[in-house]
Design a binder for this molecule. Sequence first.
Ligand code: PMP
Ligand code: GLN
Length: 385
Amino acid sequence: MATVNHIFSKLPKHKTSIFSVMSKMAFEHDAVNLSQGYPNFETDQRLKDLVAKAMNEGYNQYAPLAGIAPLREQIVKKIESLHGEKYDKDSEITVTNGATQALFLAITAFVNPGDEVIVLKPAYDSYEPAIELNGGVPVPVQLKGKNYDLDFEEIKQKINGKTRMIIINTPHNPGGNVFSKAKMQQLEQLLEGTDVILLSDEVYEHIVFDDAKHYSASAFPELSKRAIVCASFGKTFHNTGWKMGYCVAPEKLMAEIWKVMEVNVFCVHHPTQRAFAEYLKTPEHYLELGKFYQEKRDKFLDLIKDTAFKFEPAKGTYFQLLDYSEITNEPDVDFSSRLITEYGIASIPVSVFNKDNVDHRQLRFCFAKTDETLVRAAEILKKVK
Ligand code: PMP
Ligand code: GLN
């Protein structure tokens, strides 16, 4: 169809998300899809029944902007019991269209043209475009080495009068690492006395393994007073397609987020909120998630232990990095593509998330899959030499 002559794109360099690219390729080649991060098993039938029940009971009109009170109450309880911080249910919580919307709201509410935002790389691919759409300047800081360690020296150097925000993600996608208590305390010290806002992406908060523990920004006074903490029900309850999540922040910050929320969507899907409000009354539903995914991780790693891939077991998230440097020296983008077309398995090349696309010859595999899929995946990976 004909259109105007000039479109002044707001994101001229933006490319289609690697998640869409790899999932599409996987579909076209009928490959086992361990690329995009979502489970290939069902969410709890009880949760589905609760959504249907809420619909049938007539909860089909707009919810309040911040989300329904019973759900906000459950979120307050959950955070208080896990991290000791008590958020105010009426002024410090917003239920959102997944964590992606929470992140976008936070960035839009606080980033003005010319403001700098420190982004730790590798990073989830929505952060930087959201900063740019608001006229902000992403300041990437690469996490160190193949294990993506948090090193504060460079971050310290990047903080200046224009720094409006720093975005962290723990447990970390795609690194599979979890920031320790000591690192969170170092971050507190670094930000103390500044007006830098902390955007803490904690969507994998319940998916931690072995002796690792998730330390939320909510648990540290110097961090919580400046933090917008984002969470995802999709990641926690195996229903990423429902796009439900939330964010919490001190009242003064949340008031700004509400201004954006109001003109953006006003509120999110009402019956699903009713369902989560009920479901969250049973903490085991999220407290047992780490054990559930640890079994998947261990199964996957056991199945692939005799392959030519090398790995350090993920400490959190449902992603496992595999190092293929002993197989080939091909760039990860090429190798991941070849794995789909020649072998029939899809993964994510990590370089696309890294600063300057640094390539450690690593691929990210999502193990939130049925055991049958993991077995099929391992059979294929054994053939890659
Ligand atoms: N942050 C990270 C680090 C993610 O991996 C994802 C992907 N799910 C999100 C945010 C987005 O979460 P949601 O699907 O709830 O929007
Ligand atoms: N967070 C998911 C991943 O890392 C993908 C989310 C998306 O497709 N936007 O794979």
